[in-house]
Design a protein around this ligand. Structure first.
Ligand code: ADP
Length: 233
């Protein structure tokens, strides 16, 4: 599903250059639930943005769903994103002046607006938000806002969901609900890449990638981490 080859991402800032990704090579199978961890500033969000086509790599190759993102123009990447990737962020990014239903349906692919509106209603029903469809985000709790954001991410039925600290602003109960929604997407065959600091979220991972200063420090499934651990301590 996702192949990265020697990916570098360098940002230019007023105080110099920042190497957010410093040669990342990675292969994530379709249908995998991957958690990305690491200290603040190690490149987790950048990695997600490069995988999802929100940012282009400075060097290296990025292939997602069989397509070479590194060779695409910004417009091509935007089209790719709309049809293949759902993004979920810590701060929801809902549009305050649109209703819940409009927020979910707004990401619909061109020409599919009618079907998307129907699907938005279904997603809101599935996520226990049907009675909120006509409300604006300011009238919702944070947990409800994140459920709306996940519904929006799923509106075009992507195979890949990229979530950047989606439970960072939520209490434990809403965290569990959001993780359940990600898990349901995964059980239905979707690929999930989840950036998180929270152990409870990591428990869902089939594989954990640890980043450090823009490089992969380790990339293990829980079983292999266990096998390498000090079992006879
Ligand atoms: P993390 O998600 O692990 O906290 P980020 O990917 O956000 O890390 O950032 C990695 C590094 O790149 C940090 O030093 C950050 O300040 C820098 N960075 C991220 N985005 C930008 C940007 N748009 N412009 C300049 N520097 C950036």
């Amino acid at each position: 599903m996702i192949q990265l080859e020697n990916v570098e991402k360098v940002y230019r800032r007023s105080d110099g250059f920042v190497r957010a990704l410093a040669g990342v090579t990675l292969d994530i199978e379709a249908g995998c639930f991957v958690v990305v961890r690491g200290p603040s500033g190690c490149g987790k969000s950048t990695l997600l943005n490069v995988i999802g086509g929100l940012a282009s790599p400075t060097a290296g190759r990025v292939r997602v769903a069989g397509q070479d993102l590194s060779a695409m123009s910004a417009a091509e990447r935007a089209r790719f994103r709309a049809s293949h990737v759902g993004f979920v962020f810590q701060t929801f990014h809902l549009l305050p002046y649109l209703t819940v239903l409009e927020n979910v349906a707004m990401a619909a692919l061109p020409g599919q607006e009618a079907a998307a509106k129907k699907r938005a209603h279904q997603l809101l029903y599935d996520f226990h938000l049907a009675d909120r469809a006509g409300h604006r985000p300011a009238e919702l709790s944070t947990g409800e806002c994140q459920r709306v954001a996940i519904a929006r991410a799923l509106i075009n039925q992507p195979r890949l969901l990229l979530a950047d600290e989606p439970t960072g602003n939520l209490d434990p109960q809403n965290t569990a609900t959001v993780l359940d929604l990600l898990e349901t997407f995964h059980r239905q065959g979707g690929t999930v890449v989840l950036v998180t600091h929270q152990q409870v979220a990591s428990n869902h991972a089939q594989r954990t990638i640890l980043l450090h200063e823009g490089k992969i420090e380790s990339s293990d499934s829980p079983a292999s981490m266990l096998a390498e651990g000090p079992l006879d301590g």
